[in-house]
Write a protein that binds this ligand. Structure first.
Ligand code: ADP
Ligand code: MG
Length: 691
């Protein structure tokens, strides 16, 4: 016997439901239609529009098997004698029983109720693969109950293979009858915001009356939809905020120090911190002195100088006698951080260690030993958390380019049983509504100022028919003593093809620029090979670095002043922005050339226009959100939060704000209500949000 919290259905059905995220009757109740079909009325064939789903009733005139162009079953039906009242039903795949059924209906003059879309076909007006059923005995012109037209629109639910709409509808209707949809919002407040009650909204969306404004339903702008979206956003806010409150109750080492190491580091720098850097560094320093773990996101555009801020935080942890882990998403980037941080910190007597997946067995063993004991700062890729590495006294974990890591990795760190302060850094600015929604449990610091003396990067768009001009520009740059990046085409479908494209590009450029030193770096190189190519580029021994997107994040070579991106139309906006940020790091004017191939798709054209017109990462992210929608922007893998199913962060921004206010109130005053709402929306799945 299923318990009240289980769905009463065979195991095979239950497992298919699980694929849709449906575990409990409550999940069925909140599984809302994608769209509706209007089976509430019957349209005369002669009046039925083309290209629109309609329901008709007709008798079968004849049934035939045709062979050309392929085997198909064709039935001609009609609902009146007159002009335009016949219709062909065409089935490209069918059972033999379908043919005999239709023939029997023809012989008996039995009526069919047919639902589908009419189009103008080869034979005349036709429906391809319509849904149909035989009406019960029609002899007396009367209709029996089973043939009564439904009083409301027929919902079409998101489904999965092997789960028929009929089954879903039945299960959902049953769950609705048993559901406890007790209203949790105050009536006055609801009315003030024009939100219907929950039972009303749910009932309405599962079976709207035929007279409803279909466009508002479809656009999910109907008040019933807004109510559901509000509840969904509220559940998300509650879960995230409760999590953040729980985090505040956990203990973390208090890293209160005199600040000697940080002072010495700053004194040794060849530059002064910008005002923004000083401000965020102070915010972080204060967090580290608290007895609960910091969870701070440090946001700042490419090149704004986040690394030094992180190094200052590391100094604080180290001075307090704790270790710091510094993680980067790629080995190249980790390597760069390693050499930079060593240069900064070793003169202060700090022991800096390196750990990456490519380290061989023996070396790794030794590193592990060092991490377990003496290392004060450990730099590496996520090998740092993936492996069974036991930090002796981990006080601070820094995660660079946070958007590249999944929340899963954040989780792993927590599961290690350590509870360090966490500083996450990202150059991909997160638009406000997204931040409010997905990062409700993070504090955010923003560096909104670039170091002085940077010249903005000029962006130029070139069709690839003008490649020769670009080659000439590369020559000119190198002749002036500068260096260039040449980014290879992205081949999303296949890493192998992408590698081939990189090798081809490199071969072509080596031939075209035979008097220059052309290097190549790509993702398939071993760690030390990559490192040595990068080192040669940093040292100026390579003029032109041909690269795949391994250089996308964080690479820092100030003498490089030209960036060429081949097939720029294939890249995403944030990728283009990150890549462009690799130049313009010195005082001299830098250029980013976007080579594209015609014809451009509409969105590719829109992307190139945005990147051409904007240099501000924040604005680019906002436009990106507009272009792609938040789901793709953040990616469920990255957010770790199940994507909002119904609410849209851009168009429902007002609801996000309302939900946030309500969540704060409930958490303060009404924990019991919080629990009920979260159980309704997530059941046991709230675990998913624990990241
Ligand atoms: P990002 O925020 O993109 O990670 P980095 O930390 O790599 O940026 O900094 C970019 C470059 O700017 C580095 O070479 C860094 O040493 C330099 N830098 C950082 N802060 C300043 C500053 N206040 N003045 C001058 N240069 C700075
Ligand atoms: Mg960086």
């Amino acid at each position: 016997m299923p318990t009240a919290d289980e769905i009463d259905a065979p195991p095979a059905i239950r497992s298919r439901l699980r694929k849709l995220g449906i575990e409990r009757p409550d999940d069925l109740v909140l599984h809302l239609p994608l769209r509706y079909e209007d089976e509430t009325r019957v349209t005369p064939i002669a009046e039925a529009p083309v290209g629109w789903p309609v329901q008709v009733e007709a008798v079968v005139l004849d049934v035939a098997l045709r062979q050309a162009p392929r085997r198909q079953l064709v039935a001609r039906v009609s609902d009146a004698g007159g002009e335009g009242s016949t219709l062909f039903l065409r089935f490209l795949s069918f059972y033999g029983s379908q043919k005999s059924g239709l023939e029997a209906a023809r012989d008996a003059g039995r009526r069919l109720r047919i639902f589908g879309e009419i189009r103008d076909g080869f034979l005349g007006r036709e429906m391809v693969h319509p849904r149909y059923r035989f009406l019960s005995d029609d002899e007396n012109g009367g209709e029996s109950d089973v043939d009564a037209l439904p009083p409301s629109l027929t919902p079409v639910y998101p489904s999965t293979a092997g789960l028929a709409q009929g089954t879903l509808r039945r299960l959902i209707a049953r769950a609705l009858r048993a559901a406890d949809l007790a209203e949790l919002l105050a009536d006055g407040w609801r009315e003030q915001h024009a939100l219907p009650s929950l039972p009303a909204a749910v009932a309405f969306l599962h079976s709207p009356p035929p007279a409803v404004d279909e466009s508002a339903l479809q656009a999910r702008a109907h008040p019933a939809w807004r109510r559901i979206k509000f509840d969904e956003l509220l559940a998300q806010q509650l879960a995230l905020r409760r999590l953040s409150l729980a985090r505040r109750r956990q203990g973390a080492p208090v890293l209160a120090v005199a600040g000697e190491l940080a002072r010495r580091l700053q004194a040794a720098l060849p530059f002064a911190l910008t005002g923004a850097q000083r401000r965020v560094a102070a915010e972080i320093a204060t967090d580290l002195e608290q007895a609960h773990p910091m969870q701070r996101l440090l946001q700042g555009d490419v090149g704004c100088g986040k690394t030094i801020v992180a190094a200052l935080a590391a100094c604080q942890a180290i001075e307090a006698g704790y270790q710091t882990a510094f993680m980067a998403p790629t080995e190249i980037l980790a390597e760069q951080h390693y050499s930079k941080l060593r240069a900064w910190l070793e003169p202060l007597g700090i022991e800096v260690s390196w750990l990456a997946g490519s380290l061989g067995g023996k070396a790794r063993q030794a590193k592990r030993q060092q991490v377990a004991t003496s290392a004060q700062l450990v730099v590496g890729t996520h090998a740092l958390i993936q492996e069974s590495i036991d930090f002796a006294r981990l006080g601070l974990a820094i995660v660079d380019e946070q958007h590249r890591f999944g929340v899963v990795q954040r989780l792993e760190l927590r599961r290690k049983g350590v509870n360090p302060h966490q500083l996450m850094m990202s150059a991909t600015p997160i638009p406000r509504t997204l931040a409010m929604s997905y990062y409700a449990d993070l504090d955010v610091s923003v560096i909104d100022e670039l170091p002085p003396g940077r010249s903005p990067v000029k962006t130029r768009l070139f069709s690839d028919t003008r490649r020769a001009e670009v080659i000439a520009a590369v020559r000119a740059v190198v002749a002036g003593g500068r260096q260039a990046y040449w980014v290879c085409p992205l081949v999303e479908e296949s890493a192998k093809l992408e590698l081939q494209a990189a090798l081809d590009t490199w071969a072509a450029l080596t031939a075209e620029l035979s008097d220059l030193r052309v290097g190549l770096v790509h993702g398939r190189l071993k760690g030390d090979e990559k490192a040595s190519v990068m080192a040669a580029f940093v040292a100026g021994e390579i003029d032109v670095l041909v690269a795949t997107t391994v250089i996308e994040v964080g690479v820092d070579v100030a003498n490089a002043s030209l960036m060429v991106i081949e097939h720029a139309e294939r890249f995403g906006l944030s990728q283009l922005h990150q890549l462009r940020g690799r130049v313009g790091r010195g005082a001299e004017e830098s250029v980013c050339v976007l080579l594209y191939q015609q014809p451009l798709s509409r969105t590719a054209r829109a992307r190139l226009k945005i990147i051409f017109e904007h240099t501000d990462g924040f604005e680019i992210a906002r436009q990106d959100l507009r272009l792609r929608g938040p789901g793709e922007f953040i990616g469920s893998r990255q957010s770790g939060v199940p994507l909002l199913r119904y609410a849209d962060l851009e168009s429902d921004a007002d609801l996000v704000e309302l939900a946030q206010q309500m969540a704060v109130q409930w958490l303060r005053n009404d924990p019991e209500r919080v629990g009920r709402h979260l159980r309704r929306w997530f059941g046991q799945r709230e675990e998913l949000l624990r990241a």
